[in-house]
Write a protein that binds this ligand. Sequence first.
Ligand code: ATP
Length: 360
Amino acid sequence: MGTRIEIDQLVKVFGSGQAAARAVDGIGLTIEPGELFFLLGPSGCGKTTLLRMIAGFIDPSEGSIAFDGRDVTHAPPNKRNTGMVFQSYALWPHMTVAQNVAFGLNVRKVSGAERDTLVEEALAAVQMEQYAERKPTQLSGGQQQRVALARAIVIKPDVLLLDEPLSNLDAKLRNDLRHQIRNICKASGITTVYVTHDQKEALSMADRVALLRDGKVVQLGTPRELYRQPESKFVAEFLGETNLIQAATDGTGTLRVEAGAFEATPISQDQSKSKHILISVRPEATSLTPAGESGSLPGKLLDTTYLGETAQHLVEVKGCPLIKVAEMNPFGSSSRVHPEPGDTVGVRFDPGEVVPISAD
Ligand code: ATP
């Protein structure tokens, strides 16, 4: 079940001469059968162009795309059996929910009882059976997007393509729908490619993520790999808050900044040979300690933002940019220190969470 998508050296150039822009610049990827695969990246990185080349709406300039070994690089959309869900839902306003979902089946000449059963099944998969006779205008945004999803999966596509499907919805609904969409995709076994610029969406839903920048894949991996082992500054920062620190190494896994020394277990022998390295430490892998505690760096607390379940502290540490420390359950009984702005504190980096990265 599910289709393998092989993308090889894919390029899309828009325009020509001086104005030519390489929107997709030599991308190679294999998306496994049944995988929920995310294309993530900032505006203009080429993710929509790549998705549209997989759908057949944009003709590639170079390279190839194959579905289960069948070359579809220049095949028109209707020869690929893909289902597509857009940000704008794109439902027919004059048709009922059931008629909207049946549309693709009518085009494929599926009729009668078979069509009705398939429509019912698709609406049940997105929990919209009871709305079958409503018009799209009588539905909320989230419900409309579930209908759009039912319409895409009812034709049993080889590949499901989703282009920022949750961007028009409010934060709470987006959260609810993330789980639902993931469950529907995984239950159907359809290979799914999902485009978003929202890193939380990608981290919470994806089997694997390709992070794009300037038409290229900068890192590919599971959500945990990308978040926990970013290879570059760009990846570390795109996926969340982090502390980027330039530190000196002495070849033993101990790093040094002006304020003092700290341990960093993932530093390899190779990296230890260079004199300075750039590291990333997430705020949640950083904690406040009483001043002067061994293994912590001396610093001054500048500011605390209290958010209820967490607090974000900003600490001045000599030789570092302002250090962000995230504390869970702040001022709770397990909190080791309750400093006020201006107090001297210690800052401790969890030694296993100090990740060496490249500067680009
Ligand atoms: P967004 O999140 O803003 O939609 P994106 O990552 O999906 O961004 P694309 O829409 O793929 O980015 O665009 C990639 C680059 O190609 C951009 O610089 C864009 O301006 C350019 N581009 C896209 N479509 C065309 C076109 N039809 N003609 C010329 N340039 C285009």
